[in-house]
Design a protein around this ligand. Sequence first.
Ligand code: BG6
Ligand code: MG
Length: 216
Amino acid sequence: MKTACIFDLDGVIVDTARYHYLAWKRLAESLGVGFSEHDNEALKGVSRIESLKLILKLGGKELSAEEFDAALARKNAWYLEHIHKIGPEEILPGVIEFLQSVRARGMKIALGSASKNALLILQQIGLRDHFDAIVDGNKVSLAKPDPEVFLCAARELNVPPQACVVFEDAVSGVQAACAAQMAVVGIGHAQVLHQADFVLPNFLGMDIAAVLAKLK
Ligand code: BG6
Ligand code: MG
């Protein structure tokens, strides 16, 4: 029986994935590395440090430890320029109604995100109080596809992994949920997220009862 839902943040709850992309693109280009939306797919769900390593690999570049840290700080500052301007209008379509349906069914709700900015974003969009547990990049050290973030969320909710349904827009996140032995609903394109149990384009018109029926 499923008793809990774990939501990724960026690209699932809120439309921040494009701000990550814009900030990484700006950073990559400042380092002389070309960076497309296609390249960006591999960064989704991945931690800040691992993302920069992927960009450097893409461009065949190397940075000293100091340059590496400075590049991370620059990217985050550019990203936060966008984040400080966002509000509830950036919540993705159908998300609030979906969260309400989960709550109405008596299920628990956690956030499972790699982002160190997760709490700030939840506060900016006014959704902090919808979550029973928040596991973010400040709490875990192993990046998705490692299952740590979702296993930690299940522990905080006090439910077994098999009782959880994860919602993810990233390939690495879907893989992390599978590795945690959790059911996983992809949010996005089925061709990209083919390892999910099933994929929805977004939450519009969906509720948890419909998701649970599809998982049977
Ligand atoms: C994930 C995003 O949720 O968080 C990644 O999908 C991002 O794109 C990662 O790199 C880390 O986020 P932050 O906010 O700590 O840089
Ligand atoms: Mg995401």
